[in-house]
Write a protein that binds this ligand. Structure first.
Ligand SMILES: CC(C)(COP(=O)(O)OP(=O)(O)OC[C@H]1O[C@@H](n2cnc3c(N)ncnc32)[C@H](O)[C@@H]1OP(=O)(O)O)[C@@H](O)C(=O)NCCC(=O)NCCS
Length: 221
């Protein structure tokens, strides 16, 4: 029996799409060679983080698809781990080369991410902040300024297939397949598959608890 495919679902179409993406990645790697040179020279002389931040800032303002590919290519070779299928959008700043981004991770525009781990298929909308926890500065003493009090840097993990909504601030781990509502402030770990919202974020639902009747798919995936 003969199988019929929609033109874009045909296995050959997928293969060509993958080749085209690989070619874009290779071209983008060539385009970011000046940034990679600055980064690796900085690393060589013990200035890994400042040179990374310099490159992250300047690549953040590269527009359009070309900019997306250039950021992917730079992060692929500079972060502790970054899949070549990850996307980081215009205006987003990564502040630490110890960050990891998994396969098909999407980070929207104007986000600020600290040293964090983002697992495969996680989606982060625009204007999201993920600092390293909420205790970077000690606040207990009143006789010395906050800036001089030691704090705690917590490495935040965003689980596989989680979705972080627009303008959320995430200061605790988000479990796999969890959803963080737009504008939420996450101060406690979010359990897997929980839907949380509000300030501070509280559980408002559970993924998989109801049947979906939505048939369209997001252009992001
Ligand atoms: C959280 C979200 C996914 C909705 O999940 P849901 O399971 O469909 O939740 P519901 O709409 O049934 O709402 C459940 C409750 O949470 C509240 N709620 C939903 N989203 C909220 C939010 N972002 N902030 C505060 N409360 C929220 C609802 O008011 C409702 O409360 P009620 O029961 O007292 O009326 C959605 O509201 C959201 O914030 N999506 C993010 C959108 C976004 O950022 N897009 C950017 C482009 S990627």
């Amino acid at each position: 029996m003969q199988t019929t495919y929609h033109i874009f679902l045909h296995p050959m179409a997928n293969r060509w799409k993958r080749y085209a993406k690989l070619l874009a990645f290779v071209l983008a790697t060539v385009a970011v060679l000046p940034w990679l040179t600055v980064y690796f020279l900085g690393k060589l002389v013990g200035l890994r983080r400042p040179s990374f931040v310099l490159c992250s800032h300047s690549l953040a303002i590269m527009p359009g698809f070309a900019g997306d590919w250039m950021r992917t290519a730079f992060f692929r070779w500079s972060l502790s781990r970054c899949a070549w299928t990850a996307r980081v959008s215009f205006g987003t700043i990564l502040t630490d080369p110890e960050t990891t981004l998994g396969h098909h991770v999407y980070v929207g525009s104007y986000c600020v991410l600290g040293a964090i781990d983002v697992d495969d298929d996680a989606l982060i909308a625009s204007h999201v902040s993920v600092p390293n926890g909420g205790q970077q500065h000690g606040i207990d003493r009143l006789d010395i300024p906050i800036r001089e009090q030691p704090g705690v840097w917590k490495r935040i993990k965003i689980g596989r297939d989680a979705w972080i909504g627009e303008r959320a601030v995430v200061m605790a781990d988000v479990g796999e397949q969890a959803v963080v509502g737009a504008g939420a402030v996450v101060v406690h770990p979010v359990p897997p598959r929980a839907i949380v919202a509000g300030v501070p974020a509280r559980v408002v639902g559970q993924r998989g608890a109801r049947q979906s009747n939505v048939e369209h798919t997001s252009p992001l995936v």
